[in-house]
Structures are given as C-alpha cells and as structure tokens.
Design a protein around this ligand. Sequence first.
Ligand code: 5AD
Ligand code: SF4
Length: 479
Amino acid sequence: MSYDIDITKTPPAHEPERQYYYMAKAKDFVEKKSKEIGRPMTYFVKTFGCQMNARDSEKLVGILEQIGYVEGTDEHSDFIVYNTCTVRENANNKVYGRLGYLQNYKKKNPLMKIALCGCMMQEPEVVENIKKHYKFVDIVFGTHNIFKFAEILCNNIESGSQVIDIWKDTNQIVEDLPVKRKFSFKSGVNIMFGCNNFCSYCIVPYVRGRERSREPKDIIREIEKLVADGVCEIMLLGQNVNSYGKTLDNPITFAELLREVNKIEGLKRIRFMTSHPKDLSDDLIMAIKECDKVCKHMHLPLQSGSSRVLKEMNRHYDKEKYLDEVKRLREQIPDIAITTDIIVGFPGETEEDFLETMDVVKQVRYDSAFTFIYSKRTGTRAATMENQVPDDVVKDRFDRLLKEVQTISSEKAKCYEGKVVPVLAEEMDDQKDGYVTGRMDNNSIVHFPGTEDMIGNIYNVKLDECRGFYYMGEIKEDA
Ligand code: 5AD
Ligand code: SF4
C-alpha cells in the first residue's frame, strides 16, 4: 500500500492513510537517530498468550519495520514491545517481573523505548500501577487501538513523556496496514474480534470488547494476498468462530465463510480457532467434512464435564449436549482430531463435579488437552463467588487430570502408527539432513525424507514410528 504523504502537512483524518502519515513521521525520527548512533535501531517484540496476540504482534512488527527499525535479538534492543495477556493471573506477574530487568537495560541505553500493549493494559488497575510505579515505560496502549501504534509513538517522540492511550471498546476495524509474518508459509487471519459470551471465569470480554466480524470480502482479499505471497496454510481466528457473521449488515454463517475460503486457489490448508460448544451446527460439521482444505481437527473447549459447574460458568451447554456434539462430529468425520481446554478448581467444584470432567475426558479421548488451574480474575462474576476450592485440592485434581489426559494422548498418538495421513511439508528438518518437517491435520509433527522444493506441499505420509509426540515417516504418494 502506498500513499502520497507529506509529513510537513497536517495528518489525514481517514484510516489507514492517517497511520501511513505517522509511520512516515516516525521513520524520519528513526533515520535521524540511526545516523547519530551509526547503526540501525533495533526492536524486540515479546508476545504473551494466544494466537490472537501472536497475530497482533505481526501487525506491530509490520509497523516497526515500516518505520525503519530492524529486528533485534533480545531485550537489549532499542525498542521493546510486550504484547501482554491477562487470561490468568500469572501472565500479569510475568510481565511485572520482566519490567524490573528492562528498567536496568534502559539505564544503560537512554535511546531505548518500552511499549506495553495487549489485554493486560485494558485493566484500569494495571494502568494505574504502571503510571505510579513504572514511569520508565514510554507507551501504553490496549487491544482496540493497535492500528494506531505509529501515531501513539509519534505522540511519545514529540512529548518526550509517557503516553497512555487505552480505548474501552470500538467498532472500528482498520484494514490494509503493514504486517510482517513470523512464518513464510502459514498465517493467522482474524475473522472477528471480541467476545459476547461472558463465561463467568473469563476476563476476555472485558479486555477485548464486544464481538464484531470482518466483512467476508476483506477476509477473502487478505487470504488471496497471503497465498500470492507464498502462504499455503491459514488459521481463521476468533474467540468464538461459530458466531461469525451474525452482526454484519449482510449476515453470513461461519460454515458459509469456510466454503468460500475453501475455493481460494493455491491455498492448501484451513484451520480455525475457537469453536464454542454452545452452538456447533450440523451445517458447520458438514462444511468441515466437505471442504477438502479444512483440517479435520476441532478444538472444542470443554472447561468442565459437570453440568452444574457449566451452568455456573455460563457456558450454555451441559455434559450431554457436549458429548452429543462429539458423537455428531465423529459420525460424520470418524477420524477427526479433537482437542480441548479444561479448567480445574472453578469455585464450588466438588469431587463429584471433577469426576464428571474425568468421565468426559475418558469418553471423548482427546488427541490433546490444555489443562488450566482456575485463576481468579477481578471483575468477572466467578471472582465474587465465595466457595473457592483450596489450593491443595485443586493441585491434586489437576495432577490426576493431567496424568489421564497425557496417558490418553500418548495412546492416541501411538494409534496413528502405521497409518497414512496427509502431512504439509513446512520446513527443512534442522536435526536430520535430507529430511523435512511437516504437520498433520491435528498439528502433530512428522519428520520424513525430503527436499527443499517440497515445502508448502501436502504428501500422504506413512507414520512408521511414533516417538512420543512426533513421528518418523515416509512418503507414500502425493496427496
Ligand atoms: N482461569 C483459568 N483458565 C482460564 N481460561 C480462561 N479464563 C481462565 C481463568 N480465569 C482458559 C479457558 C480458555 C483458555 C483460553 O483459557 O480454558 O478456553
Ligand atoms: Fe472467554 Fe468464554 Fe469468550 Fe472464550 S467464549 S473468550 S472463555 S468469555
């Protein structure tokens, strides 16, 4: 994207032109500073949390490179960005811990700038704390205005003091800003932002705002451009992709979007994240089944197997509905990989409730599961519940769950041995000469003999040997 920009004039009012103006302005500053110090200015972006944040960081890096910063190797760089997560308390603690180190680095490098952004910054008490105790932080912004990064940086350069710019919410989606992908062959693609579900333990709706979907034409255009740029796999990202499109002027379902994306020539694989079990339609199941590019993998967060706890969690499904969805999925797509998220120790969780979770785990037999200890998040409804489960009880349940989950996933991994499965060759194997490393639909890693020219193609690979969570294989035929 290029615009006619004159940084001596007033900034344009419209996006994205306005941001290209500020990028040009910041570039001017970076060029001057680089000349002064006789070397390029470097950046280091550290991402905490989920795929959404990973994608946001690619946008921040896109802007940083447009401005003229070059990639640094560590936190001794000239511009440090922490893109934060706040879904669990320990994520916040990690950031505060690292800020201590950064203060010392900054004392040695007065040119250094520190920016904090992402979910944690949407919490007012965090921002107050930074204002009071972390005055050396230059820039603070949230999840709604990352597109304004260059403008906020210019405000900091001009004022020479800490700039805090947090929005409570927005309907604005700014397209066509620079992005620098971490991987050449795969990319996340946002299809929607925010969440309306208000699960009672979760802070996401408070820090990412209300649900809003991107226009299908913008999504398709972005994917077409990515494919033209060498991407063969995309992951469609949303907190709850099943409710994609409901708020658009011309509503469209996620299943319809999948079918459209599946038509894009040159694209090889489509993944998506995350589906909420409250509304997994048959229509979507059929779209996954029928679209050849869609990976046969469903991440379906269970959270708890107890219908009573699920009600307290405000999840809008019970144990039976969840198990029925798994049954419907497997009836249509018998070999589909199913993964999940589970929380242990939600307030009031009894041993019986926990055994219901264990029962679902045993019945479903997940390919893999992320297990979390419940973390109390201020502002959520669950944080006001009094019957918190004692730490030692939670720890004991967590250990039992983890053991069960791990036993099942290694048994499942072993089951694939001897099977022929589609594998996308992603990169040369850095451990073994003459081998490539690829991924199965369920994201498992497979190493098999191959050459550079195979990267980006899908092969039917026989999984000769399962070595824990990866496989050694050999090509049977081109897929
Ligand atoms: N405590 C523990 N885990 C949580 N998650 C979300 N909020 C909390 C919390 N307060 C987990 C859920 C969600 C995943 C991304 O993080 O399992 O699916
Ligand atoms: Fe949080 Fe529930 Fe929204 Fe997921 S669906 S982001 S768990 S509120």
